[in-house]
Design a binder for this molecule. Structure first.
Ligand code: FES
Length: 98
């Protein structure tokens, strides 16, 4: 288990390694758009990883291809539905893009 901190609320939850961040965010009771239900097709679950970015599994082609189509993408960008929790604490920012 590692700690996932959600900004801007500041809520922190323990999450098992390998859990999709989208599932962890929803289980924590936070709201995040996820129009395609985790298929990397909509981009609405776009988040910024503020801390712990390098501890997360690398971006795969499906996620990378979708990120390439979004506006406001930065080196901190991930899709919550495609990003699995790692073994270390992470802080993410929920952007609320739709
Ligand atoms: S829920 Fe659609 S890309 Fe993540």
């Amino acid at each position: 288990m590692a700690q996932l901190t959600l900004q801007p609320s500041g809520k922190a939850v323990d999450v098992a390694a390998g859990t999709p961040l989208l599932a962890a965010i929803l289980a924590a009771g936070e709201s995040i758009p996820h129009k395609c239900d985790g298929k990397a097709q909509c981009g609405s679950c776009h988040i910024f990883v503020q801390e712990g970015r390098k501890t997360l599994p690398r971006i795969q082609k499906l996620e990378n291809d979708k990120l390439d189509t979004l506006v406001g993408v930065s080196s901190k960008s991930r899709l919550a539905c495609q990003t699995l929790m790692g073994e270390a604490d992470v802080t993410i920012e929920l952007l609320g893009f739709v």
